[in-house]
Every structure is written in structure tokens, then in C-alpha cells.
Design a protein around this ligand. Structure first.
Ligand code: PMP
Length: 388
């Protein structure tokens, strides 16, 4: 028999028992005045608006603080000195729009945005809507399928002093080519000597190396070097939250007081765009970044995604060589992040679609994430055929 077989049934609670009786009563005209909990005009429990608002503020503040720590690093000097202005954006795209509109209104230097050539397709359109002039700097070298660092430096040197320079923080889209740490250091000096504004777009933190800190190197180095950078941060890829539209726009300012002034204007940019940000993505991201167990699990998942992509690069490279595909394919392995700029011509891209049912953008960019153990051999064989 159970330990508890002799425990007698207790009497109903004198107050809660009233509610039980009320609930059991099927009458339409029943009224419960037994319990002292406030009910509204419709007899419903009432969550005070002030409490709801406070909850929203807590979540949003946690989100902004955790998201900026992830990007800038927990030891970031401007974060500790409370001089980073940060607002929640509609993912990376929304962040770009906020930052560019802010530059368009307040940037005292040359209101021309220099974009890498090539860059993500939406950059020019966002800049245009925000009222910035757009120019390009050299980035990709066709002959080597690598970085044109000399061209890049030359273009950023000849750009008028105080221009706005958009930099992909890591895993450049579409080329998959990033600067080395030594090149970032050199670029930081150049940008500083030309008094340019470094405008970082970080849509793939964690996706390049699998390590969120390593992928933030360029951003953190520039901040350490005293640049008053701007940052667009997206959680679409590294948290897989494409549809939630979670992101931030932030900028390093000179003082807490300057930060407040800047924030007041960022809010004025946001007000006519989307008024206030959605709560759910902020709650999701804050919960993951703020819970030690979930945070560790997430870091592992980011690494897993990045590693799978890196493994697919190696497989594609090996099969292309095995099939004796003409050309040099080192770039497939050396490129970084979600994308690879294969070097396929528009004709080859069209042939792949027509004869092999393989679809990619006409610039020959492939998303490595679309490849897996099941389809990679067919993909590599078709690619090899298209080239031969
Ligand atoms: N910047 C770059 C370089 C991107 O590749 C992307 C996504 N394709 C974004 C920004 C913005 O993405 P989202 O608005 O989905 O965060």
C-alpha cells in the first residue's frame, strides 16, 4: 500500500471553494463576488497596460544589450562607457535603411556611400531610397577570383575625404572573399587617415568561421582603433530567424550625452518607417543570448552550420578535381561563408538550368548551404560538364 493511503480528503478552501462552486453552476445569471481579484467591465482579469509596457521595455532593453554584446564583445570599451547608440531594426535590411537615412540627414562629411563591387543586390536600392549617392570601390579580381586589395585601397584613397564606406564584416556576399586580419589592420589605418566613416554590414556573424568572436574581428578592431563606426546587425542567418526580422542598428558615439542626442534622432528616423519594433523577435533573441544553456547550445549550432558549409566546399573541390575539370578551383575552398563565387559564366549558368535543373544567380554565385551529401556529386558532375 502507498505511504499516503490514510491521508484524508481536506475540506474545500473557504474562498477558492466559492469559485469552484461558481464554476460548477451552469446558470446564465451567475455572479462571482467571492474572490478579491480585480475584474474589468466585462468580468475579465485585467493586465495593467503599465505592466505590459514595462515587460516590453525589459525585453527590448535586454535584447539591445545582449545583441550589442554579441557584436562588439563583452569587454567593448564604448559599450562599457555607455556611448553606443543602439536601436532594434527590421532585420539587416531595416538596419541599413535606418543607418543610411541617419547619414543622409546628419552626416557632416561626403554623403556618398562607397559599396564594394560586387555587393549584395539590395545595397544600392536602400542607399538610393535613403538619399545617399552611391559609388563603388574595387573588391573582386576576375583574373584571380580573389580580393583586389590594391584596387580597393586605391579607390578608397582617391575617394573624397570623409566618405561613407560600406564594409561587409565577414562572409562577403556575393563573393565569399574576406580581408585577412592583416588587411583589415591596414584598411583601418587607411580609413582613419582619410577620415572616412566605416559603415559595417554584419549579416553573417558566426557563418564565416563558425566562431562568433572570430567573425567579429574586423568590427571590433575598428572600434578598438577609435573609429566611430556604424553597424547593421542581422539575426536572419545565424539564428535562422529569416521571417522574424530580428536585427539592430548601432553606432559608436563620443560620450553618453552624445549617444542620447543621436538616439533621439534615430527614433525620429524610425517613427515614420515602422513606428516601433516587433516584440517577439526581441524576446526570442534575448532569451537565447541571455540564457547560458541556450547560448552555449546556439554557439554549437552556429558552428555546426558553418562546418557543414566548409565540408561541402571541400567535397565540391575534391569532386571537381577528380573529374579533371579544367581550371583552378582553389577559390571554392578558400572562399568564406554562405556563398561561393564559382567563376561560372552566364552561359554556363544558363546551361546548368536548362540541362541539369540547377539554378543559381547569373553572376555564378552559389549558396553552399544548398549542397549536401545527397546532391553534391550530381551538382559537381553537372558543373564539370557545363565547363567542359
Ligand atoms: N546584408 C547582407 C550582405 C546580406 O547578405 C543580407 C541578407 N541577404 C542582409 C544584409 C539583410 O538581410 P535581412 O534583412 O534578412 O537581415
Amino acid at each position: 500500500t502507498s505511504f499516503w493511503s490514510k491521508v484524508p480528503q481536506g475540506p474545500a478552501d473557504p474562498i477558492l471553494g466559492v469559485t469552484d462552486a461558481f464554476k460548477r453552476d451552469p446558470s446564465k445569471s451567475k455572479i462571482n463576488v467571492g474572490v478579491g481579484a480585480y475584474r474589468d467591465e466585462n468580468g475579465k482579469p485585467y493586465v495593467l497596460d503599465s505592466v505590459r509596457k514595462a515587460e516590453d521595455i525589459i525585453h527590448t532593453q535586454q535584447f539591445l544589450s545582449l545583441a550589442s554584446k554579441l557584436a562588439y564583445g563583452a569587454d567593448s570599451k564604448p559599450l562599457k562607457e555607455n556611448r553606443v547608440a543602439v536601436v532594434q531594426s527590421i532585420s539587416g535590411t531595416g538596419a541599413l535603411r535606418i543607418g543610411m537615412e541617419f547619414c543622409s540627414q546628419f552626416y557632416p562629411g561626403n554623403k556618398t556611400l562607397y559599396l564594394p563591387n560586387p555587393t549584395w543586390g539590395a545595397h544600392p536600392a536602400i542607399a538610393d531610397k535613403a538619399g545617399l549617392e552611391v559609388k563603388r570601390y574595387r573588391y573582386f579580381k576576375k583574373e584571380t577570383l580573389g580580393l583586389d586589395f590594391d584596387g580597393m585601397k586605391e579607390d578608397l584613397t582617391t575617394a573624397p575625404e570623409g566618405s561613407i564606406i560600406l564594409l561587409h564584416a565577414c562572409a562577403q556576399n556575393p563573393t565569399g572573399i574576406d580581408l585577412t586580419q592583416a588587411q583589415w589592420r591596414e584598411l583601418s589605418d587607411l580609413v582613419k587617415s582619410k577620415r572616412h566613416l566605416a559603415f559595417f554590414d554584419m549579416a553573417y556573424q558566426g557563418f564565416a568561421s563558425g566562431d562568433v568572436d572570430r567573425d567579429a574581428f574586423a568590427l571590433r578592431y575598428f572600434v578598438e582603433q577609435g573609429h566611430e563606426i556604424m553597424l547593421c546587425q542581422s539575426f536572419a542567418k545565424n539564428l535562422g530567424l529569416y521571417g522574424e526580422r530580428a536585427g539592430t542598428f548601432s553606432m559608436v558615439t563620443a560620450s553618453p550625452e552624445e549617444k542620447e542626442r543621436v538616439l533621439s534622432q534615430l527614433k525620429r528616423v524610425i517613427r515614420p518607417l515602422y513606428s516601433s519594433p516587433p516584440l517577439h523577435p526581441a524576446q526570442l533573441v534575448a532569451t537565447i543570448l541571455g540564457s547560458p544553456a541556450l547560448y552555449t547550445e546556439w554557439l554549437g549550432e552556429v558552428k555546426k552550420m558553418a562546418d557543414r558549409i566548409i565540408a561541402m566546399r571541400a567535397r565540391l573541390y575534391d569532386i571537381l578535381l577528380e573529374l579533371q575539370t579544367p581550371g583552378n578551383w582553389d577559390h571554392i575552398k578558400s572562399q568564406i561563408g554562405m556563398f561561393s563565387f564559382t567563376g561560372l559564366t552566364p552561359e554556363q549558368v544558363a546551361a546548368l538550368a536548362e540541362y541539369a535543373h540547377i539554378y543559381m544567380t547569373t553572376d555564378g554565385r552559389i549558396s553552399m548551404a544548398g549542397l549536401n551529401e545527397h546532391n553534391i556529386r550530381y551538382f559537381a558532375e553537372s558543373m564539370s560538364k557545363a565547363i567542359k
